[in-house]
Design a protein around this ligand. Structure first.
Ligand code: SF4
Ligand code: SF4
Length: 349
């Protein structure tokens, strides 16, 4: 006689109930807050670095934080291409290449862990949809046809960026990054946010409001950086795996998944949309039913993902710093000449 779902749930709950310790569940929020704080600190230091040249300070006491280059992903792609073709580490904006490379390796090893454990935009997005859920009691989903169509947008944006970078020669990349615009691309970006135009402000407001209603609106539909991480994650040996024999069909995993993946019915999650956030694993009440697994079905717990993410990030920054490849090779005299005239430098064609 077939077991009814109710009987199945009751049996498994009594026999194999498990609880993930609160400290483990708090690991990801702690990483997110720490990385966001690091970015705020970098942004503040960079602002004061730029201001001292704008106001003509008598001495330049604030140094440029190389981590600001994490916000120059296209320069990162350009430098990565030039490095792969020539073997020489670029002198202008090398940190963005190291950061991009590290996040790609992170995706290869731990799926899109950069997006769910570190990215400050992902963190703000998550806080917005959680605020929306608290406010309205739920988040909203777009109709499937629209959702699938919009999800393709980030890959189209990535393809456009990839096409532009692929079409550039190494000499073209060097000429671009050595130009006044390339050298102070980070200052141009800062000025974009400092002197936000009406159109940009409206677009940002729309994205923020949409993020309150739809989970990870920016990341899910529009972020080309996340799209690249997702493609790298397809080659990851790690994946969420469900043991149907132990699963009690409670659907808590699917409900917790911020990517709306049907974790409760699939055996493996292979899609590029899986963030590696471990939320599904953390809420699963049945021992052994759902885990992140690597080669040979080896279980990979949340703390191991956290340790791997931290080691990769800290190790990369330490290596680049110790080997002398973390900072752009630009003397203050050049910044002194360029920064006060930043608005005059147009994007080279
Ligand atoms: S399947 Fe699990 S790890 Fe992947 S995004 Fe969903 S909740 Fe996160
Ligand atoms: S795998 Fe999902 S559906 Fe199955 S027991 Fe765990 S949370 Fe419930």
């Amino acid at each position: 006689m077939a077991t009814t779902p109710v009987a199945k749930i009751r049996t498994k709950k009594i026999l194999e109930r498990r609880r993930v310790p609160a400290a483990v569940r708090r690991l990801r929020p702690v990483f997110q807050i720490a990385f966001l704080a690091l970015n705020v600190w970098i942004a503040a230091q960079f602002y004061f670095f730029v201001r001292q040249f704008e106001v003509g300070a008598p001495a330049y006491t604030v140094s440029r934080p190389p981590g600001v280059e994490g916000w120059l992903p296209i320069a990162g792609l350009m430098n990565l291409k030039a490095f792969l073709l020539t073997g020489s580490i670029p002198e202008i904006h090398p940190a963005t290449m190291f950061l991009l490379g590290t996040f790609l390796i992170m995706s290869l090893l731990f799926r899109k862990a950069f997006c769910s454990w570190l990215c400050p935009v992902g963190t703000l997005s998550e806080w917005l949809w959680k605020a929306g859920r608290n406010l309205f009691g739920r988040n909203f989903s777009l109709p499937r046809w629209l959702d699938v169509g919009l999800r393709g947008l980030k890959y189209i944006l990535l393809a456009l960026v990839g096409y532009v970078v692929a079409a550039m020669s190494v000499e073209g990349i060097r000429a671009f990054l050595d130009s006044p615009y390339g050298i102070i691309a980070d200052v141009k970006m800062l000025n974009f946010f400092r002197h936000l135009g009406v159109t940009a402000a409206v677009v940002l407001a729309i994205l923020a409001i949409a993020s309150v209603f739809v989970q990870n609106f920016w990341c899910r539909y529009l972020c080309p950086y996340g799209a690249l991480m997702g493609l790298a994650a397809l080659a990851s040996p790690l994946r969420i795996r469900r043991d149907a024999a132990l699963c009690i069909d409670c659907a808590k995993c699917a409900k917790a998944c911020p990517s709306h993946l049907p974790v409760d019915v699939l055996i493996q999650i292979r899609t590029a949309e899986c963030l590696g956030c471990m939320e599904c694993v953390n809420v699963c009440p049945a021992e052994g039913a759902l885990d992140m697994q690597a080669f040979g079905r080896r279980r990979v717990p949340s703390w191991a993902v956290a340790a791997g993410v931290a080691l990769l990030f800290v190790g990369m920054a330490a290596y680049a710093r110790i080997s002398g490849h973390w900072e752009s090779n630009v003397p203050n005299a050049v910044y002194e000449r360029l920064i006060p005239h930043a608005s005059e430098f147009e994007h080279p064609r």
